[in-house]
Design a protein around this ligand. Structure first.
Ligand code: FES
Length: 104
């Protein structure tokens, strides 16, 4: 399965999606440094903010209240914003496209 990552410079990268791994970790493990993910996936920093392909949002589980509140702390929030540490990759997400959001 493939995960598509657009970095801050607008370049699209195709990487191997790993079932059971948070999308944040897959991005980090592929060496992308645009995303800080400062809290390491503990849902407390919002620096793993991504934009999900708008037509793919429905594939993802609903966000928790914590995720929603953290995203509200970003001035770059959009309708398709998610925290990538809260998206666990699986085969059904093959072709998921995430764009790394700018930091505040
Ligand atoms: Fe901190 Fe996702 S890595 S909230």
């Amino acid at each position: 399965p493939t995960l598509i990552v657009t970095t801050l410079d607008g370049t699209e990268h195709r990487v191997e999606g790993v079932t059971g791994r948070p999308v944040m970790e897959i991005i980090r493990d592929n060496g992308f440094t645009d995303m800080l993910a400062l809290c390491g996936g503990a849902r407390s920093c919002a620096t793993c903010h991504v934009y999900v392909g708008p037509d793919q949002l429905a594939l993802l589980p609903d966000m928790s209240e914590d995720e929603n509140e953290l995203l509200d702390s970003s001035s770059h929030r959009k309708i398709n914003s998610r925290l990538s540490c809260q998206i666990v990759f699986n085969g059904a997400l093959d072709g998921l496209h995430v764009t790394i959001a700018p930091e505040d």
